[in-house]
Design a protein around this ligand. Structure first.
Ligand SMILES: Nc1ncnc2c1ncn2[C@@H]1O[C@H](COP(=O)(O)OP(=O)(O)OP(=O)(O)O)[C@@H](O)[C@H]1O
Ligand SMILES: [Mg+2]
Length: 235
């Protein structure tokens, strides 16, 4: 990293203290997060559950440095996100985190293998090496025969697995997943859940899992829900 955004001596991958986030719509203020605390250790899977509109995606957007916040401390991998410039936020997103989206967000004009190669090539890995790595993780998620398929030629479950492969290929420390099984039927959800769990054990990343799916949430080491703007242990 050329500009230093690193800070060593960290114990937790994520450390959020007293996070406040307000959205203003016309002349009304909505205080979505009202002093939220969250800690995620290395290799830990933590769920964030709660009703629609409580602020789950908002929290992930803040952790991904894709949205700002009003006050509080947000530290990820020892980096204080409140202090980053736009350029440093870009570097942070490129180097530290991966996101698994509900809609998979595959690029329609690129094949499965190209979609998985892109994050590697952006981070400076050569085309040949990117292709090898992408092939190996696509094999791993059961899509070895679908490397040259375009997203429109993949089923929902195959697209979801390609999205997981793309998120995990670069070996980041923190993975943020927003309803990763939201669009899938039960069988495909289970397949994806088992896959994420196996890959998490192999690759040892920390995972924040936003979900409504109780079965998916049950793979978390710690379960939480957002209620009244704060995070509470799930009971
Ligand atoms: N850019 C924005 N401007 C104004 N309000 C917003 C914005 N983004 C989100 N909100 C509001 O913030 C609240 C939290 O939204 P968020 O998307 O975090 O909910 P969520 O918990 O992820 O819900 P869901 O389970 O439906 O995905 C909602 O009331 C939403 O209307
Ligand atoms: Mg959401």
């Amino acid at each position: 990293m050329t500009e230093s955004i690193n800070n060593t001596n960290m114990k937790n991958i994520v450390n959020v203290r007293n996070l406040v986030k307000t959205y203003q719509v016309v002349d009304k203020n909505f205080e979505i997060l009202q002093g939220l605390n969250l800690t995620v250790g290395p290799k830990e899977i933590v769920s964030v559950e709660g009703a629609s509109g409580v602020g789950k995606s908002t929290l992930l957007n803040i952790l991904g440095a894709m949205d700002g916040f009003d006050s509080g401390l947000v530290e990820v991998c020892g980096i204080d996100l409140g202090k980053l410039t736009e350029r440093q936020k870009e570097m942070y997103r490129g180097e530290k985190i991966s996101i698994i989206f509900q809609q998979h967000m595959l690029l329609p004009d690129f094949t499965a293998i190209e979609n998985v190669m892109i994050p590697l090539m952006i981070s400076g890995v050569s085309k040949m090496q990117s292709r090898e790595k992408a092939k190996s993780i696509l094999d791993r998620v059961g899509l070895g025969e679908r490397l040259d398929s375009f997203p429109s030629q993949l089923s929902g479950g195959e697209s979801a697995r390609t999205g997981v492969a793309r998120a995990l290929v670069a070996g980041k420390e923190l993975v943020l997943a927003d309803e990763p099984t939201g669009n899938l039927d039960r069988e495909n959800s289970r397949m994806l859940m088992d896959l994420i769990r196996e890959l998490q054990e192999e690759l040892s990343f920390s995972l924040i899992l936003v979900t409504h799916d109780m079965e998916l949430a049950s793979m978390a080491h710690k379960r939480n829900k957002i209620l009244s703007g704060v995070l509470q242990p799930f009971e």
